[in-house]
Design a protein around this ligand. Sequence first.
Ligand SMILES: NC(=O)c1ccc[n+]([C@@H]2O[C@H](COP(=O)([O-])OP(=O)(O)OC[C@H]3O[C@@H](n4cnc5c(N)ncnc54)[C@H](O)[C@@H]3O)[C@@H](O)[C@H]2O)c1
Ligand SMILES: O=C(O)C(=O)C[C@@H](O)[C@H](O)[C@H](O)COP(=O)(O)O
Ligand SMILES: [Zn+2]
Length: 371
Amino acid sequence: MSGSTVIEVKTASKTYPFVIGPAAREELTAFLAQCGVTPETAIFIITDQNVIETDYPQELKARLESAGYTVYLAVAAAGDASKSLATAEQLYRTMLQMHIRRSDVVMAVGGGMVGDLAGFVAATYLRGIRFIQVPTTLLAHDSSIGGKVGVNLAEGKNLVGAFHQPILVLYDTSVLSTLPSREWTGGLSELIKHAVIGDPALFHDLLSQPASDYPGPERTAELVARAARVKIQIVEQDEQESGLRMLLNVGHTVGHAIEQKSDYSIHHGEAVAMGLIVEAELAVNKGWLSSSDRDLIIQALCLHGLPTGRPDQPISPILEIMNLDKKHQRQSWTFAVPFGIGDVRVVRDVSREDVIRAWEATNIWREGGVE
Ligand SMILES: NC(=O)c1ccc[n+]([C@@H]2O[C@H](COP(=O)([O-])OP(=O)(O)OC[C@H]3O[C@@H](n4cnc5c(N)ncnc54)[C@H](O)[C@@H]3O)[C@@H](O)[C@H]2O)c1
Ligand SMILES: O=C(O)C(=O)C[C@@H](O)[C@H](O)[C@H](O)COP(=O)(O)O
Ligand SMILES: [Zn+2]
């Protein structure tokens, strides 16, 4: 097989290929065979209403059917509101009606919302069946790797879920040509996050040659493969987030609270950018990060059209939501914070006062810029 880059993801529970390239869809059936998914297997595709408009799920379905697979297609409403127990229950019921069995496979064709939801359904249906990630957003380079699957509750994001690794990630970067520019920009936030965590060369490449608009399938594949390697190396060492994997949460302790408080009108990537800035400010206040490196992070986000400040709102509801963060202890938080470009560390005992001070010191972001 050729044309795509293939990176093996070797976790404690499973080893699987992350396949990325401008025409990866053409290699779908070959990779299925390699992963042991034979045509006797039924494939239950889960997608959303916007992705179905692109015709990509239908194209994949046709390819699979012509290779002899039985394929079903389920379409959820777009948006994080579908990442819910209610949608999962509807999907379980449909799967039962279609007689999906333990040996069958769920295929997520969509962004992070579809991937998290479909992965959760696969992790729990009949106590767990195999699943495949077919990302269609830039952000989903992150969500498709590592097996964190789950749904939101009214109280917070990703509060119910599992670690359930896919058997294959197949990422055709041509599919991003239809992605709305706001979603491209949002995905850059997690790409910049990966660069800050573990690839300073990628970070500086992005500063000198910003990818603020979709640069086409080839450059996208190159950028995403570099970011994906950062994530893969971490997930391989700590699949279930007992320590090292917390690095991947930089920007999220504050970012998730901002996202939820906005009722998801601020999208995940945008909220992570805001969270990253508040958390960088916190690190500067504590003497962990130089103000020049904080400014470089802000510059990278700014060059890519991402928010460079935090929302204009009081901190108390944000702190309340943050109390449900998985890294919260009784009186304080464990945080992943930047110490430099390519150097993010996990720190314990970040206090309420530390967070308030950082929040107050961060510029306020309104549509169009900071004030
Ligand atoms: N599991 C993980 O490790 C992980 C990592 C990062 C984010 N997440 C989760 O991922 C979600 C965010 O993912 P996202 O930003 O991909 O959002 P998303 O899946 O909601 O997709 C964003 C929007 O783009 C549309 N879309 C998707 N692909 C398209 C395409 N090719 N053309 C046109 N429109 C398209 C979708 O319908 C949606 O409206 C959040 O729920 C977040 O918590 C999970
Ligand atoms: O893979 C991980 O680990 C991450 O933390 C990736 C994050 O970008 C992602 O948003 C993840 O869903 C956050 O998980 P959570 O456990 O903090 O809810
Ligand atoms: Zn994220």
